[in-house]
Design a binder for this molecule. Structure first.
Ligand SMILES: Cc1ncc(COP(=O)(O)O)c(C=O)c1O
Length: 276
C-alpha cells in the first residue's frame, strides 16, 4: 500500500513524507494506540460511523480518550479529498500521546489498495489453524483494535512459514475464533456459521454487514462456539475483512476445502451495498 494522503489533528494535511509522531509517543514505545481500517468505495468510506464507534470502544479498553467524531470525520474528508482516489484504504490512528505530558493524537491515512487482492480472491486462500489466546481474558485485549498487532503479524508470518497464506486462531480446546485480520465463516447447506463475539473476537464491520446481507440472499446465519472439526467439514469456508472483503478458503491445515457460491454471492452483494 502506498500512503497517498495524511491528515493530523491540530495540523491538518501533512506531507506523507514528513514525520507525524513523536519518538516518545506511547503508541511507539508501548504500542498503546487504537486504530481503524476501512475501505473507500467511489470516494466514500464504507460504514464510517461503525468504525468510529469501534474506535471509541477500543480507546476505552486501553484507557485513551476517544477522538471527537466530528474532528475525525473532517480530517478524513480532508485526506480523502487530497488523495483523490475512488478506491482506497482509510485508516484512523488514535495515539495515546507523549509519555507523561501527552494528550492523545489522531492521524488519518489514505493509502492505495494492496494490489494482490483480486488475484488472491480468484485463487483462494490457504489457512492453518494456530493457537490464539484471547477468549475471555479481557486484559489480552481480544476484540480491541489496538496497534499492538505484532502477535497478529507474527501469526501471519508463521502461516506463511507453514506454506499457507493466512491463519485462523483457535482456543486451546479448539474452538474457532478469527484470523489475525479477518473474521471467519463457513457454510453447510444454506446455513452460514461464524464465531460469536462473546469469544473475545473483533466485532468486524464487514461481519456485521454480512449478517445484514445474508438473509436477503437465501442464507441463515448461526453465531456460536464451534469446534475446528466443523470448519474442517464445511461445504465452503471464507474470511471477511474491510480491506480484503470476502476471501474464499481453498485449504485448511493442508486439506482441500471445496469452493462454494456463498462467498461469491455475498462478495458481490457487499460491493453493491458499498457502492449503493
Ligand atoms: C482481529 C481481526 N478480526 C477481524 C477483522 C475484520 O474486521 P473488519 O471487517 O471490521 O475489517 C479484523 C480487521 O482488521 C481484525 O484485525
Amino acid at each position: 500500500m502506498t500512503l497517498l494522503a495524511l491528515a493530523v489533528a491540530g495540523r491538518g494535511l501533512v506531507d506523507p513524507d514528513e514525520p507525524a509522531v513523536y519518538a516518545d509517543d506511547e503508541a511507539v514505545i508501548r504500542g498503546r494506540a487504537a486504530f481503524e481500517t476501512m475501505r473507500v468505495y467511489g470516494g466514500a468510506p464504507f460504514r464510517l460511523q461503525s468504525h468510529l464507534d469501534r474506535l471509541a470502544a477500543s480507546c476505552e479498553r486501553i484507557s485513551v480518550a476517544p477522538p471527537d467524531a466530528e474532528e475525525a470525520r473532517s480530517l478524513a474528508a480532508l485526506a480523502l479529498e487530497r488523495a483523490d482516489a475512488p478506491d482506497a484504504v482509510l485508516r484512523f490512528y488514535r495515539t495515546s500521546g507523549r509519555e507523561l505530558m501527552g494528550s492523545p493524537g489522531l492521524m488519518v491515512l489514505v493509502s492505495s489498495l494492496p494490489d494482490h487482492l483480486e488475484a488472491l480472491r480468484l485463487r483462494g486462500v490457504r489457512l492453518v489453524a494456530l493457537l490464539g489466546v484471547r477468549a475471555e481474558v479481557p486484559w489480552l485485549l481480544g476484540g480491541v483494535k489496538s496497534t499492538s498487532y505484532a502477535v497478529n503479524m507474527a501469526a501471519e508470518a508463521e502461516a506463511r512459514k507453514r506454506g499457507a497464506d493466512d491463519a485462523v486462531f483457535v482456543t486451546e480446546d479448539e474452538l474457532v475464533l478469527e484470523g489475525p485480520v479477518t473474521n471467519i465463516w463457513w457454510r453447510r447447506g444454506s446455513t452460514l456459521f461464524t464465531p460469536s463475539l462473546d469469544l473475545g473476537i473483533l466485532a468486524g464491520v464487514t461481519r456485521d454487514a454480512l449478517l445484514d446481507l445474508a438473509p436477503t440472499h437465501g442464507f441463515d446465519v448461526r453465531e456460536g462456539r464451534f469446534p475446528l472439526a466443523e470448519l474442517k467439514g464445511a461445504e465452503e469456508v471464507f474470511t471477511s475483512s474491510s480491506v480484503r472483503e470476502l476471501m474464499p478458503v481453498v485449504e485448511l491445515d493442508r486439506r482441500p476445502i471445496p469452493l462454494g457460491e456463498a462467498a461469491r454471492v455475498l462478495q458481490s452483494a457487499l460491493r453493491t451495498a458499498a457502492l449503493g
